[in-house]
Design a protein around this ligand. Sequence first.
Ligand code: FES
Length: 115
Amino acid sequence: MNAETRSWVEIGELADIPKEGARVVKTSAGCIAVFRTADDKVFAMDDRCPHKGGPLSQGIVHGTSVTCPLHNWVFDLATGLAKGADEGSVTVTATRVENGKVLLAADDLARRQAR
Ligand code: FES
C-alpha cells in the first residue's frame, strides 16, 4: 500500500514534537510514542518496551533509534526491532508529515485495536 492509497489520521504539528524527542498519543488500544529525529523524520511505535514495559517516549533518540530509559535496550524506530544482543520488537505505526502536520496510518491504528 503506498502513501497515496492509505488513509491517515492527523495527530498534530511537527513543531510540537521536540527534535530528538517524543510525544505520546493516547488511543483506545494504548499509547503510541511519536518520535522526531534530529533531521525531522517522524516515527511512531507503541510506548511500551517489550522488555519490562518501559516508556519508550521517555527514551533517548539517536539517529533513527531510541534507547529505552529503563534498561537501555535500543530499538530501530523504523522497524521496531531490538538492536544488538537484545531480542524483541515494538509494533510500529506508519507516519508521514504533510504541511507541517504529523499523520499516522489509519490502518495501522485499526490493527492495533484488533489485537
Ligand atoms: S523495560 Fe525497556 S529495556 Fe527494560
